[in-house]
Design a protein around this ligand. Structure first.
Ligand code: HEC
Ligand code: HEC
Ligand code: HEC
Ligand code: HEC
Ligand code: HEC
Ligand code: HEC
Ligand code: HEC
Ligand code: HEC
Ligand code: HEC
Ligand code: HEC
Length: 257
């Protein structure tokens, strides 16, 4: 009896040792690329990755900024950082929209971009009958269009067309006659009227960015595209620290032509 227990004990001990090592090692054994080569139209760039971290003492999170919170960092310790291009593609075109959904380790990354959805409208209808002195047509149409006042979304849809303003534009036009102060605040002025949904465990479809973001300047990117993301991250840091290449004539210090 006793002798038969010995091999089992040895095997159990070995397994325990392997499990313990497996538990302790991954954080330190994570592969850190020494150098990274970027092929691009400006000429190859060789980026001294390890040296930037170790010699220049830059924390991972300063560059891999998807891991901003403590929870994110614990996640990231298990998984490798996401390539910048998963979030900063050459362009936000149909290919990106189709493919990006599968380029993240888990759903916690989605909220970095799909960060907001509107819930209920915070609108006190009864109170507004008073504010508008019982003039229903301060907001509703007259009987030529509406037999009786009703929900705007019965007729106005999200897209709108040349004859019918979208739900957003229709409602905003009416509200703005008295609340232009809220709209003057731009994207930060939505909250008095729109309650935000809690996005942490959101499941449902996503509203296109443009429904909410209508930047007066269409060239302004909500999220930077690839080259701008790299140029900004690399050169802004160099400029801030006055170290490393960032000047107009420094292109060749990064690009090998
Ligand atoms: C100075 C900026 C910078 C710092 C600091 C930095 N990285 Fe990176 N790292 C990058 C860039 C840029 C890439 C290339 C990403 C790409 O190809 O899209 C990269 C790529 C990687 C990759 C390869 C993943 C892939 O894209 O396939 C890993 C793994 C990685 N980094 C881990 C780390 C860890 C861990 C730390 C901290 C110990 C760290 N990095 C610090 C900028 C940095
Ligand atoms: C999980 C998605 C994600 C990944 C991965 C990611 N980014 Fe970003 N990045 C964003 C979003 C979203 C913004 C805009 C919102 C913000 O400012 O936080 C942004 C903003 C930026 C900005 C603007 C300034 C700033 O820091 O706010 C730069 C520069 C940038 N990213 C570079 C990079 C580089 C380089 C990498 C790879 C090392 C990278 N990003 C990886 C999502 C990501
Ligand atoms: C770097 C930013 C970014 C991240 C991170 C991101 N997305 Fe997106 N996603 C976009 C953009 C931009 C669009 C295009 C939206 C538009 O049409 O305005 C989009 C579109 C979509 C669409 C199509 C919506 C439609 O119009 O039909 C789905 C579905 C989607 N994303 C799911 C996800 C999921 C799931 C994740 C996480 C696993 C995720 N996305 C992470 C930026 C991002
Ligand atoms: C300040 C703008 C405004 C005024 C003034 C106003 N309404 Fe409305 N009303 C709305 C909006 C916006 C909705 C849609 C609300 C929603 O979808 O949650 C609505 C919805 C309705 C609805 C359908 C939903 C419900 O609450 O039953 C009725 C009926 C209605 N209004 C009647 C009236 C009448 C009658 C008056 C005048 C006494 C009036 N409203 C004055 C903005 C207004
Ligand atoms: C029964 C259908 C119907 C309902 C309900 C409806 N609309 Fe309209 N709306 C229309 C039509 C049709 C037009 C386009 C005809 C026109 O320009 O007069 C229009 C045009 C508009 C316009 C642009 C022209 C203008 O009058 O300034 C605004 C603003 C507008 N609607 C706001 C609203 C608001 C706010 C609500 C809800 C309180 C609402 N509508 C509910 C049918 C409707
Ligand atoms: C005829 C003028 C008038 C119109 C049109 C109007 N409002 Fe108001 N609204 C007021 C007044 C007056 C108040 C109370 C004073 C204040 O808080 O500004 C108010 C208050 C509010 C508040 C509370 C403000 C706060 O800071 O909490 C909300 C939300 C609101 N309105 C939403 C709307 C919406 C949505 C529409 C369009 C459907 C609308 N209002 C159209 C006059 C108007
Ligand atoms: C004064 C109140 C008010 C303010 C401020 C306001 N909205 Fe609205 N918004 C409305 C009303 C009312 C509707 C119509 C909702 C309905 O009838 O279902 C609406 C509808 C919308 C819609 C279409 C419906 C939906 O839920 O997707 C979008 C998108 C939208 N608003 C975006 C914004 C954004 C972005 C801001 C900030 C820049 C903003 N709104 C500020 C009152 C407001
Ligand atoms: C339902 C409405 C809504 C949708 C959809 C939405 N956003 Fe936003 N976004 C907002 C609001 C509201 C703010 C301002 C938050 C605040 O008050 O700081 C904002 C702020 C931002 C900012 C900060 C910079 C700025 O312009 O002030 C970025 C970047 C951003 N959104 C990107 C995106 C991207 C990318 C998408 C699509 C994948 C998206 N948003 C979809 C409502 C929305
Ligand atoms: C958060 C700050 C930071 C970021 C981000 C950063 N760098 Fe640097 N970089 C430095 C510092 C500090 C030095 C050291 C310069 C010195 O000591 O003279 C440096 C030096 C360099 C040098 C010259 C010496 C060497 O190590 O090769 C190059 C080339 C360089 N960086 C390229 C890049 C590229 C490419 C990126 C983006 C992928 C980048 N850097 C991102 C801080 C940064
Ligand atoms: C700090 C290093 C650095 C400096 C300085 C720098 N770049 Fe870049 N550049 C990069 C990186 C990293 C990329 C992105 C590589 C990738 O997309 O994989 C890039 C991308 C590019 C691209 C590629 C665009 C494309 O669509 O493929 C061009 C063109 C470019 N840079 C031109 C320049 C010019 C011109 C200058 C001087 C004004 C300059 N760069 C300075 C690092 C640098």
């Amino acid at each position: 009896m006793q002798k038969r227990h010995i091999p089992i004990t040895v095997v159990v001990c070995l397994l325990l040792a392997v499990a313990l090592a497996g538990y302790l090692l991954p954080a330190t054994a994570q592969k850190l690329p020494v150098r990274i080569l970027f092929h691009n139209n400006g000429g190859r760039v060789i980026f001294s990755h390890l040296r930037h971290h170790r010699n220049y003492e830059i924390a991972c999170v300063q560059c891999h900024h998807e891991t901003k919170t403590e929870h994110d960092r614990q996640q990231a310790a298990k998984a490798e950082p996401v390539p910048c291009g998963s979030c900063h593609p050459a362009s936000f075109d149909q290919d990106y929209i189709a493919e990006h959904v599968n380029s993240f380790p888990d759903k916690s990354y989605c909220v970095k971009c799909h960060h907001a959805e509107f819930g209920e409208l915070a609108f006190d209808h009864e109170a507004h009958k008073e504010y508008a002195f019982d003039d229903c047509q301060a907001c509703h149409h007259g009987p030529d269009i509406e037999d009786e006042p009703g929900h705007c979304n019965q007729c106005h849809d999200l897209a709108g067309d040349e004859y019918m303003p979208s739900l957003r534009d229709a409602a905003h036009k009416r509200c703005a006659t008295c609340h232009d102060d809220m709209f003057d605040k731009g994207i930060k002025g939505c909250s008095p009227c729109h309650r935000m949904k809690d996005m942490t465990n959101y499941s449902g479809s996503y509203t296109p960015c443009q429904q909410c973001h209508r930047t007066p300047n269409p060239d302004r990117e909500l999220v930077l595209t690839r080259t701008n993301a790299f140029h900004d991250q690399c050169m802004n840091c160099h400029r801030d620290l006055q170290k490393g290449p960032y000047g107009e004539n420094d292109c060749d210090k990064c690009h090998i032509r």
